[in-house]
Design a protein around this ligand. Structure first.
Ligand code: BDP
Length: 706
């Protein structure tokens, strides 16, 4: 069990009804190999053989549907078998599934939908839970894409699972076997698009050889209905034209031309993703053009081909002065985008990170969701936990995403949940959806950790249906990944559901941000780096008080960027929920929370609680020995042991840092008091010497040994 099959293992199911519980043949109503319906037929054959040990006869001929599993599009099905009344309820990518003992009907609105239906049926079989009732399944959002941050040299930005599946040494790879396997996993969770290269994009992607290569990647993904898209470097035409001004007709023509060339090789390309004027990347502001001028230039180029432009709202200057207390990076998105609402072409979607800063352990929903009414939007989340332990810690993220998706912006004093805004429903937009930064690499586990795959799985499930519960999604994933042993199910559920709160407890509390090293690694504690940096990720901690004052009254005004009902809550110290207190307010360490504790005592206690929870994960996991295959058991145990240790480093360094800063003792007298502990540098060990660690608080006694 090396993880390469993810949740599509098709392992035999104990106590499953016998092979007689499925029909004896499969009819897949399309014989073309690159068609998702053809894939669906093969997948059904493979899956049923694995789960029930029975190899079904597979054909593309619309024979006798009795005693068969029939899979196809509405058109193919009705041609062969006559009308299907549920067909009229199907939306793009949707499917109808009806499973009885002697006949299974899987009909997709399109080819992709048919494949989704096959995967759904297999998932139900693998969980021994086939739904008897015929049902129509439709997606809530049209855009359900992953964003791969893969670089042309084969490295992956914020990826923790080895080199890229797509690129190597500046070029698209030749062997696309694992690209197809990845597309298979994505299709099973109904992801329909994939941006294959980093948002910090390189113009060399557009060379003839690489455009040819993109065609190869798309060919590998097409049988799974996953459309390829690419990130663009805004300044790409500069080398040839000496300019990249989006209003220069020459530049426009350059993009139209290269776009035509790409569509020549990838006729079904999903579209472009653009990071402009952000963290040193070029963009339209370089020429005093607006961001919408920039976005629309690409929109014009892809429009004739039916493509979409995802234009990122993550626009900010990463050299802002920490000295000026009215500066606030959290304000940037609204400042850059609000006045452009309505100026974007119809095939542009503004892609907004879930919070106003950058994937922190706790952020409020980005206020931009509530204020763009005439622009299509998508939410961007990170499946790769850049600030959340980088897959060396277990952090199940669906509960965090759900909090944002369920958040009600109260735009115009009406229900305006983020999940209804991004589907286009709330503001009646034609497009919208989800982008998940995946971090998948060539490691057999895909993400570098078996147990982190719940996040990739949950992303797809929520992008299809945001009303699903985090725990229900998780349990489907556990059953598919580890089997249906009750102890395994209960234990992994318990660990995973406790994991985000635990991480928040031992990292940054009360909305203060994650408190990782901010300058580059984003891993491990470094609260000192959270101030005086140009990145605008500040805690404003001094020796009496902490937190960013984002009120309109005294602070940066960020609270006022929300629609009035929400603005009033965040403006007001008493009404702001404790878990966002320091996001919106600057308060003394002695400020009382709603719980009655002071801010500083909450910090101390939470760090002890969070680290204590991480210790229990090791014991919990060990209790599964023998109930999970050895390979995955050992691998996860290693990671959990690391997390347990690292959570102590987190606990002590954060507590010690604020203890030093505030000089307020811990009521329970734990902080700075570890009589049982012997520092490594106080021991003698041949061949090693003490080494002063930077940042100092990443080692309990300021030193490590090397
Ligand atoms: C930050 C990452 C950086 C990305 C950037 C982005 O640290 O690597 O390039 O976001 O999203 O979180 O563009």
């Amino acid at each position: 069990e090396d993880g390469s099959q993810g949740w599509l293992r098709y392992a035999p199911v104990p106590n499953a009804p016998g092979p007689e519980s499925v029909p004896s043949a499969i009819i897949a109503l399309n014989a073309t190999q690159s068609s998702p319906v053809f894939t669906a037929g093969e997948e059904l054959q493979r899956g049923i053989e694995g789960i029930l040990g029975k190899r079904l006869h597979l054909s593309a001929t619309a024979g006798q549907s009795h005693s068969a599993i029939v899979v196809g599009t509405v058109d193919a099905y009705t041609n062969a078998y006559g009308d299907l009344k549920e067909a009229e309820d199907l939306e793009t990518d949707g499917f109808f599934l009806s499973a009885t003992l002697d006949k299974v009907v899987i009909v997709g609105q399109n080819e992709r939908g048919a494949l989704y239906g096959a995967f759904e049926y297999l998932s139900q079989l693998a969980q021994n839970n086939v739904t008897c009732e015929p049902l129509v399944y439709n997606p809530q959002a049209p855009i359900r894409w992953t964003n791969e941050w893969d670089n042309m040299d084969g490295s992956i930005e914020r990826g923790y699972a080895g080199p890229s599946l797509f690129f190597r040494d500046g070029f698209v790879v030749d062997n696309t076997t694992r690209v197809a396997e990845y597309a298979r996993l994505l299709a099973s969770i109904r992801i329909n698009g994939m941006i294959v290269n980093n948002v910090n994009a390189n113009a060399t992607l557009l060379s003839d050889r690489n455009v040819e290569g993109l065609g190869r990647l798309a060919d590998a993904m097409r049988p799974y209905g996953v459309q390829l898209g690419i990130s663009l470097n805004f300044a790409s035409p500069n080398q040839t034209l000496g300019t990249f001004d989006p209003l220069d007709p020459k530049v426009d023509a350059w993009w139209a031309n290269i776009t035509n060339q790409i569509y020549n090789k990838v006729p079904d390309m999903a579209g472009y993703l653009v990071k402009a004027n952000s963290e040193g990347q070029p963009g339209p502001l370089t020429y005093n053009r607006t961001l919408s001028d920039g976005a629309n230039m690409f929109a014009r180029a892809v429009n004739p081909h039916g493509g979409v432009v995802m234009f990122r709202a993550f626009v900010y200057d990463n050299h802002i002065s920490p000295v000026n207390w009215t500066n606030d990076r959290a304000n940037a998105q609204l400042e850059f985008f609000q006045h452009l609402d309505g100026n974007f072409d119809d095939n542009v979607v503004v892609q907004i990170k879930f919070g106003p800063i950058d994937f922190q352990v706790r952020e409020p929903a980005s206020p931009l969701f509530g204020s763009l009414r005439n622009t299509s939007t998508a939410i961007e989340v990170q499946i790769t936990p850049e600030y959340l332990g980088q897959n060396c810690h277990l952090v199940y993220l669906a509960p965090q995403w759900k909090e944002i998706l369920e958040f009600d912006m109260r735009s115009d004093n009406h229900s305006s949940k983020v999940k209804d805004i991004i589907t286009g429903e709330r503001f009646k937009r034609p497009l919208g959806g989800y982008a998940g930064v995946s971090g998948v690499g060539s490691n057999t586990t895909w993400l570098g950790s078996h147990i982190a795959m719940s996040n990739l799985y949950a992303f797809g499930r929520l992008a299809w249906d945001a009303s699903l519960g985090s725990e229900a999604i998780l349990q489907d994933w556990i059953r598919l990944t580890f089997g249906s042993n009750q102890d395994v199910l209960d234990t992994i559920t318990d660990m995973s559901m406790k994991s985000w709160p635990a991480y928040e407890n031992y990292s940054g509390n009360l909305g203060v941000q994650t408190l990782t090293d901010i300058l580059y690694t984003h891993f491990g504690p470094n609260p000192a780096s959270q101030d005086n940096n140009g990145w605008g990720q500040w805690t404003r901690a001094d020796n009496v008080s902490i937190g960013m004052d984002r009120t309109v009254k005294n602070g940066t005004g960020n609270a006022g960027q929300y629609p009035p009902e929400i603005a009033q809550i965040y403006e007001n110290l008493e009404q702001t929920p404790d878990n966002l207190l320091l996001w919106f307010h600057h308060v003394p360490y002695t400020q009382r929370l709603k719980s009655g504790k002071t801010v500083i005592q909450h910090f101390y206690d939470a760090h002890y609680e969070g680290a204590a929870t991480a210790q229990t994960f090791v014991k919990q996991w060990k209790s599964l020995e023998g109930k999970i295959d050895k390979e995955r058991f050992e691998h996860v145990l290693f990671r959990q042991t690391f997390q347990a240790g690292h959570s102590l480093v987190w606990r002590d360094s954060i507590n010690q840092f604020y203890h030093n800063l505030s000089a307020i003792p811990d009521e329970a007298k734990r902080v700075g008091n570890h009589p049982y502990r012997i520092e490594a540098e106080s021991m003698s060990l041949d061949g090693y010497k003490p080494y002063a660690v930077n940042p100092f608080h990443t080692a309990s006694g300021y030193a490590a040994i090397v």
